[in-house]
Design a protein around this ligand. Structure first.
Ligand code: ADP
Ligand code: MG
Length: 273
């Protein structure tokens, strides 16, 4: 029998170095990173503060360029591209989720999610509003389209941000500490959503400080002093929806407040399909 064919790489990093040089001081933030991430993977990047995680994410996200090394995103060479070409690539291939949500305050959920489509210079889409609505439905917020960020809970705001990241149908979703500003229950809710999206085929790379959160991924990478020190599959990743149900069994009162779980304690599938 033929060997199974591995899915194509979405990320290929080859000898990536990043030096920050401010004149007085130089910081070697990345010191030779090699990394391949294939379509459909869910990778968690862990490491102490200052180890180079955000620098790595900025390079993966085409927000910054390496000082040295080669980066292929979805088979396309990234290093050496102009600023405009990088911006187009970001818009076409990448979705971003941040710790602080980064939503526009005076703008409704629907308008926040529509924004990346309005910035898209290369592919005019006929009905941005309908696509934004569908993305909000996908994260379980179909009933919050006209709410402003201040009228939403932290977890809901992060789900709006995830809808905004999904609306362009990116090849790769990048999340830098997406649960860092959330309480532990809400963090698990967000991980329910990420796991569901990953099952639907979305490739995810997520930075986290917390081992509990990393255990929801299928692969964990430890970064230390600008290098990958450990890169291993998670044997039996935790199920975030199971953990949520278990949490509710401990404190049944919270069931009523939980948007991701129905009264019977079952996950609501329509929140993520
Ligand atoms: P982490 O996200 O793991 O906390 P970072 O990637 O933010 O780590 O930082 C890695 C190293 O690079 C740290 O020593 C940090 O101080 C330094 N660094 C990050 N960004 C810059 C910058 N823009 N200019 C200079 N040094 C930076
Ligand atoms: Mg960081």
């Amino acid at each position: 029998m033929a060997a199974p064919i591995a899915p194509p790489p979405v990320i290929q990093l080859d000898g990536i170095h990043k030096v920050y040089d401010s004149g007085e001081t130089t910081v070697q933030a990345l010191r030779g990173v090699d990394l391949t991430v294939r379509r459909g993977e869910f990778v968690a990047i862990m490491g102490a503060s200052g180890s180079g995680k955000s620098t790595l994410m900025n390079i993966l996200g085409c927000l910054d360029t390496p000082t040295q090394g080669r980066y292929l995103l979805d088979g396309q060479r990234v290093d050496g591209l102009s600023r405009n070409a990088l911006a187009d690539l970001r818009n076409q291939k990448l979705g971003f989720v941040f710790q602080g949500f980064n939503l526009l305050a005076r703008t409704s959920a629907l308008q926040n999610v529509e924004l990346p489509l309005l910035y898209d210079r290369t592919r005019g889409r006929p009905d941005p509003k309908a696509l934004a609505k569908a993305a909000l439905q996908r994260v379980g917020l179909a009933d919050r389209l006209d709410h402003y960020p201040s009228q939403l809970s932290g977890g809901q705001q992060q789900r709006v941000a995830i809808a905004r990241a999904l609306v362009t149908e990116p090849t790769l979703l990048l999340a830098d500490e997406p649960t860092g500003n959330l309480d532990s229950r809400t963090a698990i809710e967000v991980m329910v959503l990420f796991q569901a999206l990953n099952r639907q085929g979305i490739t995810l790379v997520l930075v986290t400080h917390e081992l509990d959160i990393a255990q929801y991924a299928t692969r964990v990478i430890d970064v230390r002093d600008g290098r990958i020190r450990r890169d291993a599959p998670v044997l039996g990743p935790h199920s975030a929806s199971d953990d949520l149900v278990a949490l509710d069994a401990e404190s049944p009162d919270s069931l009523l407040d939980n948007p991701m779980v129905g009264a019977a304690g079952e996950s609501r599938p329509e929140a993520v399909t």
